[in-house]
Structures are given as structure tokens and as C-alpha cells.
Design a protein around this ligand. Structure first.
Ligand code: HSE
Length: 300
């Protein structure tokens, strides 16, 4: 017997981590959206919180609505937003992931986590035009996640300081993807492969220095950085303040730094100041790698 009303807490996520374009993602301990799902006569969507006017409530155009439609489940979905919109922190992935997890429980679907990730990724396609799972996978599984073919591999590194600084700049994933090169030099591919391999070892060993040094890529960050005013100064300010590494979170414009837990405040201040020096307001999320979607409450 399922339940009629479920609330799921779904974390913000950061994809790519520099090294693993469309492959790596982490769940952040905060911020998080709350996705509420209730049985209903038809699929309905309500959005509560900042930026709600920018989120489509037509189920065919909303990432969460697409998930409910593909399962043919008539439910009311209420999205309580805390993850900033178009930020590179997985704001479109969180509702899709939350609805997939909620419907799996509500209708006793028995879907595996890989199936849930595939389902939620269909919603992501509506937002970015491409079905990438590097936000929905950590949103569902938590920790550091590697998405490879149909497989989702996850690890839970501990005590990794994360500073995510979101500037008041709007970058859509569609735009940031349109900039990407269609082909890459073999030398750049080798470099990116080496970064990805060392990132995985860094995550396995909880090695902040190795993780930070692996947050680099060729061919992607450079072109996307042009969309982020102040990028070189913010990057330098984070490194000068002690960050082990810094990169664009997902498709941006948020920039994410990895550091020791006790260095996060200083690094956040330095990054905010560097954006301010470029006449850009920003907000910092001082966090760490956290768990995935969590069912908070169910009512029969
Ligand atoms: N991997 C995706 C991209 C993440 O970089 O376009 C989007 O948040």
C-alpha cells in the first residue's frame, strides 16, 4: 500500500567538478528544495519561492511534470524552492529527482536507483535540451557520483569543505552548452582523462589537495568562463585564500571551491569580494558533500 502525500528534501548539486564533464557530480549538504507530492485527479504544479515566475507550471515543460507524465501518475507537485535558479547548482534537476523518488514510494514502483536516475534525467532534457544525469544522479544518490552508461557509482567522501558562490548573473544551461566545442584535440582529451582519474582517487582517499588539483579541464571551462564576469579574479582570490581548487559549478555561473572545512569562511569572503570588485553581487553557500534525496514525511 502506498501513501498519498510525500515530502522529499532534495539537495543542490554541482556537476562536472572541472574534471568530469557530464560524468561527475556531488550533492551539497545545502541548499535544498522541498518537493511535495500529493495524489490528485491530474498532474498539477505549484511553485513556491523566489523566481517562481520563471518556472513553467505546464507539466510538459516542467522537469518534475515530465517525470510524473512519463509514469502517467496524476499528482499535485508543490516545489518549495531554495536552490537558486539557472545557477549551475542543479535547480532543474532537484524537482525531477524529488518527484521520481516520491512516486517510486507512493506507487510502490520498486525502481532501482539507476532507473530513478534515468527517469529524472528525462526531465533534465526539457531544461537543457540534452539528457545529462550528472545533477540528477547526485541529487538522488548523494555523495560524489560517477555516471557511466547505465551505471551510477557513488562514494561518500567526508570533511570536504565546499564553497559555492553564486553571482547575480544568469546563464542558461542551453546557452552554456551551445558554446562548447564539437570536437576536441587528443592532447586535451588526455589531460581531461588524467584530471578525472586523479579526481576519483582524491575522492576515494578524502584527499582535498588531490581533489582540488584535479578540478581542471581543457576546452570547456575556458569558453564558459567568458559568461562569468570576474571569473579570473574570483578564481585567483579563492586559490590565494587557500582553496585546493576552484571551477565552474555545472554550466555556471556559480563557482565552486574545494578546501579544508575550517577555510570555507575566508574563501567565501574572498570570492564575494572579487565578484564585488567586478560590480557583481553574489551569495555564498558554505557547505560540504552531503546526502541525496530524503523522504521527510508521508501521510496515508
Ligand atoms: N554537465 C552539465 C553541463 C551540467 O556542464 O552542461 C549542467 O548543470
Amino acid at each position: 500500500m502506498g501513501t498519498d502525500h510525500i515530502r522529499v528534501r532534495v539537495p543542490a548539486t554541482s556537476a562536472n567538478l572541472g574534471a568530469g564533464f557530464d560524468v561527475f557530480g556531488i550533492a551539497l549538504e545545502s541548499p535544498a528544495d522541498i518537493i511535495e507530492v500529493k495524489k490528485s485527479e491530474r498532474i498539477e504544479i505549484e511553485v513556491i519561492g523566489a523566481g517562481r515566475e520563471h518556472i513553467p507550471t505546464d507539466p510538459r515543460r516542467n522537469t518534475a511534470g515530465i517525470v510524473a507524465s512519463s509514469l502517467e501518475k496524476p499528482v499535485k507537485i508543490i516545489i518549495h524552492r531554495a536552490i537558486p535558479l539557472s545557477s549551475g547548482l542543479g535547480s532543474s534537476a532537484a524537482p525531477a529527482a524529488g518527484v521520481a523518488v516520491a512516486l517510486n514510494m507512493m506507487f510502490d514502483l520498486g525502481l532501482s536507483r539507476e532507473e530513478l536516475v534515468r527517469l529524472a534525467a528525462q526531465g533534465e532534457k526539457a531544461a537543457s535540451g540534452v539528457q545529462h544525469a550528472d545533477n540528477v544522479a547526485p541529487a538522488i544518490c548523494g555523495g560524489f557520483v560517477i555516471v557511466h552508461k547505465d551505471r551510477v557509482i557513488s562514494l561518500m567522501p567526508e570533511n570536504i569543505g565546499i564553497v559555492a558562490v553564486h553571482p547575480e548573473i544568469v546563464v542558461s544551461t542551453r546557452t552554456a552548452r551551445a558554446l562548447l566545442p564539437k570536437k576536441m584535440w587528443l592532447g586535451d582529451v588526455s589531460f581531461n582523462t588524467a584530471s578525472a582519474a586523479s579526481m576519483v582517487v582524491g575522492m576515494m582517499k578524502n584527499d582535498i589537495k588531490l581533489i582540488g588539483e584535479s578540478m581542471e579541464n581543457r576546452g570547456i571551462e575556458q569558453v564558459r568562463s567568458r559568461l562569468i564576469r570576474g571569473y579570473p579574479q574570483v578564481r585567483k582570490s579563492a586559490i590565494d585564500a587557500g582553496a585546493a581548487g576552484v571551477t565552474i559549478s555545472g554550466s555556471g555561473p556559480t563557482m565552486i571551491a574545494v578546501c579544508r572545512m575550517d577555510e570555507r569562511e575566508n574563501i567565501a569572503q574572498a570570492m564575494i569580494q572579487a565578484f564585488r570588485d567586478n560590480q557583481v553581487k553574489s551569495e555564498a553557500f558554505i557547505t560540504t558533500i552531503g546526502k541525496g534525496a530524503e523522504i521527510l514525511q508521508k501521510q496515508i
